[in-house]
Design a binder for this molecule. Sequence first.
Ligand code: SF4
Ligand code: SF4
Length: 389
Amino acid sequence: MTGSVEVVYRGIFQKHLGQRITRGVVLAARKEGKVGVSFGRYGDSPERNGIPAKSFAVVADTEEELQAYLSRYEPNNNDVTVAVDDTLCKGVESWAWYGLQPINKLTRPGGTVLVTSIQTPEELLKDCHGKNAEWNLAVIKGMASFSGLWVYKDDHTDVRVLGAIAKLAPHVVKRQSVEAAIRDEWKDELKVTSARKSFDRVTTRKVRPDEGNLEKPYEFQLLKWWEMKEGLVIPAIPVKQQVEGWDGGYRPGRNPTFKKFTTRTMRPVVDFETCTKCTICWMQCPDSCFDITPTGHYDANMEACCGCGVCEAVCPVKDCITMVNEQAFEDNASQFEAHQKDPAAYKAWLTTTIKDKAITHRSHGFRYRGQYEEELAQMAAGGDGESGD
Ligand code: SF4
Ligand code: SF4
């Protein structure tokens, strides 16, 4: 019998976390006399900030079963899909997939999507796409654990996920073997306790096929072999795109098949009333995300924005651009168009959104030596442990 676990994580910020979880699954399975492999697959380089990436663990009773399972392109019938950042529930643009891949796409019918989140399952279901079968949504309470390229934030998210996997898929790994593997690998009894607590506390909800976000995920078709052009021909991206309903303005041409927005964990929210039209955000955005509107404002295009935060950093007007946690949004609609439609309602929405500390506050990992130690000290002093960006 084979079993598999897929961990969907964010490049750089969670690279080590993803690897530790899948490695932990294999080490635990070994305690039961099984064989297994842990490996990574990437839609883009996992060395890029926030890019959705995947790590898999496959375990089997015998070598033959393992080899047979691994001969497929990638595990596509996973017992558990782990999303270690809840904004990944909106879907990912991943390796071997063209368009937006729902978070539960590679979860087997009756399998479980396990999310670390402070949101409720009902809130998360607004993001998770519908699936043509019953599945389960499980939640481990907690913020996304983000660290850096060289730093691992050892906040026990790895072992908490492992403990929950043992509860959700005991045929893959059992609690006792997870605990034994943690003892051997990390030699930390506190981590064993964290795994056990997570085993006891993880909550699960059954999801019917008619639940979740029933919107059809974005996809595109590759050229068929008979449509291929001779030689290596790559169609160029147009210089300019027309925007329906805009008289004037300018939108640069963008890649029509790679949108980038699933890389984002925060998005810029623009106050068009205080904007001085200085052009700095437009010039500095590394991804040319700003559309120039007919009124001369700059509208961050939410299909193109990867959430790097440069525009917030360079905007000279206080609170004119604010990065807000992606969980506060359900679509990629134009902020400028919402503002044009009802300026007062937009201002009210903007004020509430950017003032909500729980929504705006989100750590993007560590940027200087000693920052993790500072966070630990803050937590010990009673703060939330995140120094803000
Ligand atoms: S966060 Fe701002 S600067 Fe970064 S990609 Fe988005 S619009 Fe551009
Ligand atoms: S940088 Fe700020 S003030 Fe300048 S155009 Fe962009 S949003 Fe407006």
